[in-house]
Design a protein around this ligand. Structure first.
Ligand SMILES: Cc1cc2nc3c(=O)[nH]c(=O)nc-3n(C[C@H](O)[C@H](O)[C@H](O)COP(=O)(O)O)c2cc1C
Length: 179
């Protein structure tokens, strides 16, 4: 199973990269194929949904191949970053029917939950299948040590539950398609 991880902010000094790396580490540990899709590598000047840009073509290749998607997003002023929306909007039909799981990141205690809830709605418009489980990386500035290791052990159980549900959705999806 190939489940790429979208890192949804290009902000200089972004803490979300640590959460994305943690998700990558745990996804690989669970025997899944993954890679980080970094919004920094898909920058465009303005919204373009033609699918013709090199960035859109590069993204489409990965999304078409994906069995599911994980999106890691910080919360900016109670929303998700505009650059993430611009990247997602480059494609449309490629997302259809793919399970998607969300990971919110914040400096505060709510773990980016408001950004996650907004992303759920957007994913439905893309005909994706948002999973119920989510990861919330709260007080991210002190959650990881200087080597990038997570300090709160409870996240290992949480990520296991998250990935279990992701895999269930993907398996049911594959079963459904073969009917
Ligand atoms: C423009 C901007 C707006 C922000 N708004 C919120 C917010 O609404 N809620 C919140 O919990 N944190 C907010 N933060 C702080 C982020 O949670 C914090 O930067 C955290 O490290 C995750 O984002 P990062 O990946 O950019 O580091 C904001 C940060 C920026 C740069």
């Amino acid at each position: 199973m190939y489940i790429p991880i979208i890192l949804g902010t290009g902000r200089k000094g972004r803490q979300s990269e640590k959460a994305a790396n943690f998700m990558m580490q745990e996804t690989t540990k669970a025997g899944l194929e993954s890679e980080i899709i970094d919004v920094r590598d898909y920058r465009i000047d303005a919204t373009d949904s033609t699918g013709e840009s090199p960035q859109a073509k590069k993204l489409a290749e990965k999304i078409v191949k994906a069995d599911g998607l994980i999106i890691v997003s910080p919360e900016y002023n109670h929303g998700y970053p505009g650059e993430l929306k611009m990247m997602l909007d480059m494609l449309y039909k490629e997302y259809a029917g793919k399970p998607v799981g969300f990971c919110g990141v914040s400096a505060g205690g709510l773990g980016g939950s408001r950004a996650v809830e907004q992303l759920r709605l957007v994913s439905i418009e893309f005909h994706m299948l948002p999973i119920r489980e989510a990861m919330y990386f709260s007080t991210v500035q002190s959650l990881f040590d200087e080597k990038g290791n997570i300090k709160d052990e409870s996240y290992f159980k949480r990520v296991e539950t998250f990935l279990d549900e992701m895999i269930k959705y993907i398996k049911n999806n594959i079963k459904g398609k073969s009917k």
